[in-house]
Design a protein around this ligand. Structure first.
Ligand code: IMP
Ligand code: MG
Length: 184
């Protein structure tokens, strides 16, 4: 069976994504002009968005990554977030922009902001490709959002279902999720 048959219609097309990422890049370029920007990708989910976003930002910046697992096991937002791989760069005094695939409950972003703030960055902001505002249980400010989507489980463009489908080149709704084992 092809992925197209499994997932059906894309929720965000490659063309819509390209256009929106160019806009985000322009906005971030102007907001961070002259500053010491470190772009922090939250892996694994953000890898595709990160690569495109970084190249749409036209100022010299540092790249870095951390790996988190949300929801070990089956639970949804009640699970704990764990940083399994830390940054390699020092963020003290720098302007940190966290790059996330999707903000759902807000737990991951809230945990990372709390953790990274202890290292005294000059600022921390968040850029997420997707946001599901109706699912939010933690109050977090998402400074840059690509698309707000309804409460549907999506895969592709970095986002997984049980660690697969991250390489799908567009975002598609996954029809059946039996309390998905969500991850990074
Ligand atoms: P939060 O901590 O509840 O905000 O969840 C954030 C993480 O859950 C994201 O970084 C994703 O890895 C995962 N996630 C949430 N919703 C989806 C989805 O619809 N598809 C794939 N992963 C998701
Ligand atoms: Mg993620």
């Amino acid at each position: 069976m092809t992925t197209e048959r499994i997932f059906g219609r894309p929720i965000v097309t490659q063309e819509q994504m390209r256009t929106r990422i160019r806009e985000l890049g322009r906005q971030i370029t102007s907001d961070y002009d002259g500053r010491d920007l470190i772009l922090v990708g939250i892996l694994k989910g953000a890898y595709a968005f990160y690569a495109d976003l970084a190249r749409a930002i036209r100022i010299p910046l540092r790249v870095d990554f951390l790996v988190v697992t949300s929801y070990a096991g089956k639970a949804k937002s009640s699970g704990k977030v764990k940083m399994v791989t830390d940054l390699t760069e020092d963020i003290a005094g720098r302007d940190v922009l966290l790059v996330e695939d999707i903000v759902d409950s807000g737990l991951t972003v809230q945990f990372l902001i709390n953790t990274l703030e202890k290292r005294k960055p000059k600022s921390i902001k968040v850029c997420a490709l997707l946001s599901k505002p109706t699912r939010r249980s933690k109050h977090v400010t998402i400074d840059y959002v690509g698309f707000e989507i309804p409460d549907q489980y999506v895969v592709g463009y970095g986002l997984d279902y049980q660690q697969k489908y991250r390489n799908l080149p567009y975002l598609a709704v996954l029809d059946k999720v039996d309390d998905a084992e969500q991850s990074g």
